[in-house]
Design a binder for this molecule. Structure first.
Ligand SMILES: NC(=O)c1ccc[n+]([C@@H]2O[C@H](COP(=O)([O-])OP(=O)(O)OC[C@H]3O[C@@H](n4cnc5c(N)ncnc54)[C@H](O)[C@@H]3O)[C@@H](O)[C@H]2O)c1
Length: 418
């Protein structure tokens, strides 16, 4: 029996059966969505109940490569590619493997569960637990594609990492979450206890900014596209998408106008550069600005859990709330494979944060941010929703799992029969 061990916003363990069930639930959701092209306006989150039939779209991608495909947005992108479009999927992620005494990280179990579900459906899936920043990993994926005679239609770049060894020099760069120029003082919540405290973050040095750009900017995305293009592994009409976030003014000093924002700016510049580079295959590269959701990456950013809890409460009240899987359904169905031109903002970015950034949502969140205290947090915010999502991404408190049952660290249970 395993129960969650949480320290400083990080969950140290994961539940194999819970992770497998969570992946299964995302697949079940996908299978109730009709993926045929739909030109009607995109005004509400996809809901399984609202859809008539679960129909795969065979006009979508045939081969999807996801960098960072084991958790969060990357995993959801892989699930939609496979079960929504019948694509062969390849994922690269970097997860701790299980030991005799210690469970693996959630992403390792998610990946095992995904592979088993794909196999049951007769869909080819290949999962690499390897450092995506290394040339060696690129070569392995290249050999796999050549062996299988496949080219990539869609490359999803969904990495969130704190560290990157330069693949040529071996020098290790670390990313930091800091403001630029001046100290940023804000409120942050311990999402397990609901305790709100003041936190102050000193501005980053130039070296810290440069290092964060090196880890989370577009350099590695560019290297992946270069490698695939040089080896003629890009399908005609190839598309690539890398994920980013903008968010509200409240979080700008630590996010959009901070070190990570500089890295995301670099990612956007990389997309422009890639667009010219991909002309020969009539390809396109986009940065997609996604909504704030609970993942391992977002739980550790100061101010963000408090903002997310207020946001979730408001978005749920207005029936506009989405998790990773709903966002990725919209990305494929309403943006990349809608049958018409990919809609973007004036900077060429795909906007999946359109519901989050609606003025009526943001105004309400801002008002609640001014008023929120430990006493009224449960009324104004959705801390329980945050906590529950956080536990679920590690396989805890997932509906339909018997947590009393003994479980092995070494693998996930086989998929349930339909
Ligand atoms: N979480 C949010 O609210 C949010 C919102 C908008 C955009 N985004 C963006 O989405 C992207 C994915 O973030 P997430 O929140 O899904 O994070 P996540 O922590 O759930 O996923 C990160 C993935 O990166 C993989 N990874 C990390 N280092 C690696 C390495 N060296 N080699 C191979 N794989 C590695 C992990 O295994 C995992 O699959 C990020 O670019 C993030 O900025 C997140």
């Amino acid at each position: 029996m395993i129960s969650p061990k949480i320290r400083g916003g990080i969950c140290m363990n994961a539940h194999p059966a819970g992770c497998a069930r969570e992946v299964q639930l995302q697949k079940d959701f996908i299978e109730k969505i009709d993926f045929s092209a739909d030109p009607t306006p995109d005004t509400a989150p996809p809901t399984a109940q609202a859809e008539k039939t679960g129909r795969r779209n065979t006009q979508g991608p045939k081969t999807v490569l996801v960098i960072g495909g084991s958790t969060g947005y990357g995993l959801a992108s892989r699930i939609v590619g496979a079960f929504g479009y019948g694509a062969e999927t390849i994922s690269v992620s970097f997860e701790r493997e299980p030991g005799e005494k210690r469970p693996a990280t959630a992403g390792w179990y998610n990946t095992r569960a995904f592979d088993k579900l794909a196999e049951k459906e007769g869909l080819a899936s290949f999962s690499y637990n390897a450092d995506a920043f290394s040339h060696e990993t690129r070569r392995k994926i290249g050999s796999l594609l050549k062996e299988r005679g496949r080219k990539v239609d869609l490359l999803v770049y969904s990495l969130a990492s704190g560290v990157r060894p330069d693949p040529d020099t071996g020098e290790v760069y670390r990313s930091t979450l800091k403001p630029l120029e001046k100290t940023y003082t804000t409120r942050s919540v311990d999402f397990m206890t609901g305790a709100i405290s003041q936190v102050s973050l000193e501005p980053a040095t130039q070296a810290e900014i440069d290092s964060t750009v090196k880890v989370m900017g577009g350099e590695d995305w560019q290297l992946w596209v270069d490698y695939l293009q040089q080896n003629e592994l890009l399908e005609h009409g190839f598309q690539s998408v890398a994920y980013s976030y903008i968010g509200p003014e409240i979080t700008h000093p630590i996010y959009r106008s901070g070190t990570i924002g500089k890295a995301k700016e670099h990612l956007e510049n990389t997309a422009h550069h890639l667009n010219s580079q991909l002309e020969s295959v009539e390809g396109a590269a986009y940065v997609s600005i996604n909504k704030a959701v609970v993942t391992r990456a977002s739980a550790v950013i100061p101010a963000v859990p408090l903002y997310i809890s207020l946001l979730f409460s408001v978005m749920k009240e207005q029936r506009l709330h989405e998790g990773c899987i709903e966002q990725m359904v919209r990305l494929y169905r309403r943006r990349l494979y809608s049958g018409s031109e990919v809609p973007t903002d004036t900077a060429g970015r795909i906007r999946l944060d359109d519901f989050e950034m609606k003025p009526e949502i943001q105004q309400e969140v801002e008002q609640r941010w001014e008023k929120v205290t430990e006493e009224n947090l449960d009324n104004l915010g959705d801390m329980e929703g945050f906590r529950s999502d956080f536990l679920r991404i590690h396989g805890f408190r997932v509906p339909g799992v018997n947590y009393e049952a003994e479980v092995s660290f070494l693998d996930v249970p086989p998929p349930a029969n339909d």
